[in-house]
Design a protein around this ligand. Structure first.
Ligand code: PEP
Ligand code: MN
Length: 341
């Protein structure tokens, strides 16, 4: 249920409403709006009618059911888009278009530091790099683990770029959280509910990728797992879904951007690298993402793709990334935004 407070309702009235929601066996989630506050009361769908009684409390305008199965992620609860603060002065989901770039995997100090400097120079605002890699084959490179996280921290120190890195296993959440500015949940873990619940308890932004066989509704239910645990800083990332097509690694569902934008207040990014699997297809999908209204990009860049331990064929060289970034600006501006930086 959504409890819509009156314009001008006091803090005490809001606190009373929260108390009552808890007493009725639900969890209150306050969303501070520009003119009024609303409180999402979430919990067991059965018996939620009892929350209607709150309508008679002081300061309450009305109590309305949330129709979507995802509650806190929905625009019903929060009509305004969420801008997620990553570090002071850098937000995702606001007026600025944010590009995250870096290699698929962290491989060496030279590789990650060189890439960080190059992508920063071209206008990326965050550095990506996997230290724990979810690989299809157990015989493929699995990542440098904590040594990789240390190298990411070194690259951050060198460039000032915050880092996005994946956590694959719930057992590593604490370790990855020590280093990451944004914790990435990969496509293979979109519905790892135990992991999502743990990430919901962190005070850290989460980049949640869409699984390759996950519908938009299921994707939003995964986001709901994180939100319902109390972590409001969730960024969605469309990275292509599996279809019958084999010309590309996956099929980029570009229409997921406007669909998600309509359904949720959460920011939406596009990963054109895993979506296409081929570096020459990446720039056009970057432009399409900006034109479709995405909030940013997650792009794989490697100083020497032919030597990459993972995902070389889809990684842009720094010079290619730079050329893409120069052209991207016009697409971003045409949608009324500007490039962050
Ligand atoms: C990645 O970002 O390197 C990655 C493994 O992506 P995905 O989970 O989308 O396949
Ligand atoms: Mn990759």
């Amino acid at each position: 249920m959504i409890i819509v407070m009156k314009n001008g309702a006091s803090q005490e009235e809001l606190a009373e409403v929260e108390k009552k929601i808890i007493a009725l066996g639900y969890q209150p989630h306050v969303i501070h709006g520009e003119t009024r506050n609303v409180v999402g009361a979430v919990g067991d769908e059965r018996g939620k009618e009892k929350l209607q009684i709150i309508e008679s409390m002081q300061g309450v305008e009305r109590v309305v059911p949330i129709l979507k199965p995802y509650k806190l992620a929905s625009r019903e609860v929060q009509p305004e888009p969420s801008e997620i603060e990553i570090v002071p002065g850098l937000g995702i989901g606001g007026k600025e278009f944010v590009v995250v770039a870096g290699p698929c995997s962290v491989e060496s100090q030279k590789q990650i530091c060189e890439t960080a400097e190059a992508v920063k120079q071209s206008g990326a605002r965050l550095l990506r790099g996997g230290a724990f890699k979810p690989r299809t084959s157990p015989y493929s490179f699995q990542g440098m683990e904590e040594d990789g996280l240390k190298l990411l921290a070194e690259a951050r120190k060198l460039t000032g770029l915050p880092i996005v890195t994946e956590v694959v296993n719930p057992r590593d959440v604490e370790l990855v959280a020590k280093y990451a500015d944004i914790m990435q949940v990969g496509a293979r873990n979109t519905q790892n509910f135990a992991l999502l619940k743990m990430l919901g308890q962190l005070d850290k932004p989460i980049l949640l990728k869409r699984g390759m066989a996950v519908t938009i509704q299921e994707f939003l239910m995964s986001a709901e797992y994180i939100l319902s645990e109390g972590n409001r800083r969730v960024i969605l990332c469309e990275r292509g879904i599996r279809t019958f097509e084999t010309a590309t690694r996956n099929t980029l569902d570009i229409s997921a951007v406007p669909v998600l934008k309509q359904q949720t207040h959460l920011p939406v990014m596009i990963d054109p690298s895993h979506a296409t699997g081929h570096s020459h297809l990446v720039p056009s999908m970057c432009y399409a993402a900006a034109a479709a209204g995405a909030d940013g990009l997650l792009v794989e860049v490697h100083p020497c793709p032919e030597e990459a331990s993972s995902d070389g064929p889809q990684s842009l060289r720094p010079a290619e990334f730079d050329a893409m970034m120069k052209k991207l600006r016009a697409f971003v501006e045409v949608t009324g935004r500007k490039m962050a930086g």
